[in-house]
Design a protein around this ligand. Structure first.
Ligand code: SF4
Length: 83
């Protein structure tokens, strides 16, 4: 089996945002949707503490490549579909 691509995790209040760099298509949906959270000039570039879990879920759901995902404390999960 192929090794899994690296997935990075960024913890916020009630949510963990995941990001798989190899899938990112730089469509900037995330940056346009929540610039306070997704800031390419910041390190780390994702700071989930700057918005509510619901706001982050709404924007991550627009990521077309599934580079972004999440797990919320209330059980919502977004992961990339199996290939
Ligand atoms: S929306 Fe997804 S594919 Fe686009 S820049 Fe953000 S993480 Fe990358």
């Amino acid at each position: 089996m192929e090794p899994r691509e690296t997935i990075r995790e960024y913890a916020g209040d009630g949510i963990v945002v995941t990001w798989e760099p190899g899938r990112c298509r730089h469509a900037t949906e995330c940056v346009r949707g929540l610039p306070a959270v997704f800031d390419r000039d910041a390190r780390p570039w994702i700071d989930p503490s700057r918005a509510s879990a619901d706001e982050i879920v709404a924007v991550v759901d627009r990521c077309p490549s599934f580079a972004l995902g999440y797990r919320t404390d209330d059980g919502r999960v977004r992961t990339a579909p199996a290939e």
